[in-house]
Design a protein around this ligand. Structure first.
Ligand code: AMP
Length: 187
C-alpha cells in the first residue's frame, strides 16, 4: 500500500504514522525525521535544512525531492510505504507522481488528519517541553501553521479530486485515531 498522511503541524501525524506503518508492515518515511537525523549528524544536507527548519519554513523542493526519490527507491519500499510530511507543496505532488509513474506505480490513499487549531497549538507547545525541538517555539509554531495553510492545505483538494482523499478525525486517544485510520484505508 502506498500512502501519504497529511495534516497541520501538531495533528499527531508522526505518532500515528509510526503505528499505522507498523501495522501495515510498510516503512514509515518521515521527511522531518530524515532532516533531523541529518542535522544531528552534521551532514551538508542537515546544515542546509536546519536554516529553514529553525525558521518554520520549508526546505527547498529540490533538496527534499531528491531525498525522497532516493529513499523510496530502496528495496524495502517495494511492498509500499507511508509518507509522513511529504508531499507538502504542489511541486512535490508532481514530483512524487513522476517518481511513482516511472515505476508504473501510483498512490493508493492520502490520509488527512483533521484537528482543531487550538488543540494543535497546545500539543505543539507541550511537545516543545517534552522533546525540546528547536522549531517548537510559539513564534515558529505560528509560522509553521501559516506555511501549512498557505502551501500544503491546497494539496488536500488535489487528492480529493483524484478520489484518493480519506479524512480522519485526529482528535481523541492515540489508539482510537489509529483505529479510524486503519478502517479508512481498508486495513
Ligand atoms: P515535520 O517533522 O514533518 O513537522 O517537519 C519538520 C520541518 O522539516 C518542517 O517544518 C520543514 O522545515 C522540514 N520539512 C519536512 N518535510 C518537508 C517537506 N516535504 N518539504 C519541505 N520541508 C520539509
Amino acid at each position: 500500500m502506498r500512502l501519504v498522511i497529511m495534516g497541520p503541524p501538531g495533528a499527531g501525524k508522526g505518532t500515528q504514522a509510526v503505528v499505522v506503518a507498523a501495522s501495515l508492515g510498510i516503512p514509515h518515511i518521515s521527511t522531518g525525521d530524515i532532516f533531523r537525523a541529518n542535522v544531528s549528524e552534521g551532514t551538508d544536507l542537515g546544515r542546509e535544512a536546519k536554516r529553514y527548519m529553525d525558521a518554520g519554513e520549508y526546505v527547498p523542493d529540490s533538496v527534499t525531492n531528491a531525498m525522497v526519490r532516493d529513499r523510496i527507491s530502496n528495496d524495502d519500499c517495494r511492498p509500499g510505504f507511508l509518507l509522513d510530511g511529504y508531499p507538502r507543496t504542489l511541486e512535490q505532488v508532481n514530483e512524487l507522481d513522476m517518481m511513482l509513474q516511472s515505476d508504473g506505480l501510483q498512490l493508493d490513499r492520502a490520509i488527512e488528519l483533521t484537528v482543531n487549531t487550538d488543540e494543535v497549538v497546545e500539543r505543539l507547545l507541550k511537545r516543545a517541553q517534552d522533546q525540546g525541538r528547536a522549531d517548537d517555539t510559539a513564534e515558529v509554531i505560528r509560522r509553521r501553521l501559516e506555511v501549512y495553510a498557505d502551501q500544503t492545505a491546497p494539496l488536500i483538494a488535489v487528492y480529493a479530486e483524484r478520489g484518493l482523499l480519506v479524512q480522519v478525525d485526529g482528535m481523541g486517544e492515540v489508539d482510537e485515531v489509529t483505529g479510524r485510520i486503519l478502517a479508512a484505508v481498508g486495513a
